[in-house]
Design a protein around this ligand. Structure first.
Ligand SMILES: [Zn+2]
Length: 127
């Protein structure tokens, strides 16, 4: 097992949302590191589950973070002005909830949470 503590973020590739998400998760969970699993608009892929190659790639990378780094928490994250997933906040929040439902079937012993990065690049929980 790697030294240090980790959580996992399924986050957009967008450069604007990397540091806000890392800072938020490190502070909230008191961990040393945040493993980033990125795609353009990853929540769209996982929520819709039509491009199974991408979804399996995301799942596989989450598995490395969980099994090799001991992550106990995986966050699915949407954000404002997403080029890969250009839909409104309400739609993205539903995608995040759908991701959490789907990821329960992945079989990892983890907490699943949802986040949204707003237009001021602040991170907010998705209920
Ligand atoms: Zn994006």
């Amino acid at each position: 097992m790697a030294s240090g503590t980790f959580v996992t973020a399924v986050n957009c590739m967008d450069g604007r949302v990397q540091i806000p998400v890392i800072d938020y998760l490190k502070k909230k969970y008191g961990v040393d590191y945040v493993d980033m699993v990125t795609e353009p608009g990853p929540i769209k892929f996982v929520a819709e589950n039509t491009d199974t190659a991408v979804v399996e790639s995301i799942m596989s990378r989450v598995g490395i973070s969980v099994n090799k780094h001991g992550s106990k928490t995986v966050a699915f994250i949407g954000h404002d002005d997403c080029a890969g997933n250009p839909v409104d906040r309400q739609t993205q929040e539903q995608q995040v909830r759908d991701c959490i439902s789907r990821a329960k079937s992945w079989g990892f012993d983890i907490e699943l949470i949802g986040l949204y990065v707003n237009k001021n690049w602040e991170v907010e929980p998705v209920e």
